[in-house]
Design a protein around this ligand. Structure first.
Ligand code: DGY
Length: 433
């Protein structure tokens, strides 16, 4: 495993572009929000200055209203679609004057990432000094979510695009696509020139993705208008868990820094309300797991995905809820013929073990679940989650996602999507250490 750690370090160094990291060559040639945060955790183990620079660059692209974009287009390249000319996020008056970006966001990992940098750091004093220099920007990002993305003041924030969820083409979104009928757009895909089309979303799925952006652009990315008009408006358990986990980290870090009582008080209010709301609105007692809620059409989306178990990561479930949820996880996803953890219910007709977020194992989700299981006392299952994660990388290399079926791994070709993928390398390093 130590040799593999050296390979992981080489992947991160190769994908480092002076002040930020790309997720992988060609397929994702810019800086992505949640990738960046998770990559910084990997760097923190062997190169803290790069970890800090990664976060600094990300926060440098923050808009004046606190919003952080999902992609920051640092360079010009024609290997990716849709690029900055399609997104045109500068239609929003608060957008960055310095960087081109998208007008959508991603799971707000930055708060807990700062705490992870502190956990890993060998020079706690210096790292706390770094955190102090930019923690207010992260607070401002949370303030943006709670004031702009929670129209009914529930303590839950919405996402308006599947790319904001991070779980880009989860079968959950099929329910939303059934409510839409976008035009048949003409455009040139670039992703399928780098990766086999069977592992990527369909043309029709891209029509939906582009259509939601068109509506946001027509309204200059105005949040109120998006809340009123976007056909995609979802409260996502993974997204809200990440926000709550980051809230908790900000409370802890401000506590260490001192002299920030007002902010701590506000964060605690968001935390209390958000935790209660996740447990009442997003917990499905019959299924025994957390689910997504379609705020546009006012209905729960009753599907089980790896996101359904992530509230463990922020310690949101009660002991009884956690126990039931882990039973469901093992019953549906824990088959000994499969690696933990498929990204979508392997017993569902919509499950596809090769296609992007429709079934494959993802290292970042396994990482959330490993820590969540560990913190909630499920030591044996946490151990399996970690071993499975390390083993699929050992067998295949640092791919973007992996087939959950063990049989497929016999020939070492069960890794899919991008290769030398940064967060697979970064989180591998974190799990090993
Ligand atoms: C893509 O292009 O598929 C990206 O993941 C969007 O974030």
């Amino acid at each position: 495993m130590k040799d593999l750690q050296q390979n992981a370090i080489a992947v991160l160094n190769k994908n480092w572009k002076d002040k930020f990291s790309i997720p992988c060559d060609k397929l994702y040639p810019f800086q992505w929000f949640w990738d960046s945060g998770l990559i910084a955790i990997g760097f923190a183990h062997f190169d803290m200055p790069k970890a800090e620079k990664e976060i600094e660059t990300l926060l440098d692209a923050q808009w004046s209203n606190g919003f952080i974009p999902h992609i920051i287009f640092h360079t010009d390249t024609d290997t990716y679609f849709p690029g900055p000319d399609f997104h045109r996020s500068n239609l929003h008056p608060d957008s960055s004057k310095k960087f081109k970006s998208t007008g959508m966001t991603q799971p707000p990992v930055t708060g807990f990432v700062l705490q992870d940098l502190y956990r890993i750091s060998k020079d706690k004093k210096a790292t706390l000094g770094f955190i102090e220099s930019l923690i207010d920007k992260v607070y401002k990002n949370h303030e943006y979510f709670y004031t702009q993305r929670d129209p009914q003041n529930e303590g839950l924030v919405y996402i308006y695009h599947n790319w904001e969820s991070g779980t880009d083409n989860s079968p959950i979104w099929d329910d939303i696509w059934d409510t839409m009928n976008p035009p048949d757009y003409t455009f040139e895909r670039r992703d399928t020139t780098h990766v086999d089309a069977s592992e990527r979303p369909s043309k029709r799925e891209y029509d939906h993705y582009l259509h939601i952006i068109e509506i946001a652009k027509q309204n200059n990315y105005n949040d109120e208008k998006i809340a009123e008009l976007s056909p995609f408006l979802v409260q996502d358990p993974l997204f809200n868990t990440v926000l709550l986990k980051s809230n908790q980290s900000l409370i802890d870090l401000y506590g260490m820094i001192g002299n920030n009582e007002d902010k701590i008080e506000q964060l605690k209010k968001w935390q209390e309300k958000g935790t209660a709301a996740v447990n009442s609105k997003l917990y499905d007692a019959e299924l025994g797991v957390y689910i997504h809620y379609d705020l546009r059409n006012e209905k729960p989306l009753r599907h089980i995905s790896s996101s359904s178990f992530t509230p463990l990561f922020a310690n949101l479930p009660s002991e009884t809820q956690a126990k039931k949820m882990v039973d469901v996880m093992m019953e549906k996803f824990g088959n000994p013929d499969q690696y933990l953890c498929a990204s979508f219910d392997p017993t569902s007709d919509r499950f596809n073990p090769k296609k992007y977020w429709r079934g494959p194992v993802w290292i970042n989700l396994n990482w959330f679940l490993y820590y969540g299981l560990q913190q909630n006392g499920f030591k044996d299952i946490a151990k399996r989650m970690k071993q499975d994660t390390l083993e699929i990388i050992k067998k295949n290399g640092f791919y973007e996602y992996f087939d959950p079926r063990k049989e497929e791994h016999k020939n070492g070709k069960a890794g899919y999507g991008g290769y030398n993928f940064s967060w697979s390398a970064a989180l591998f390093i974190d799990l090993l250490n």
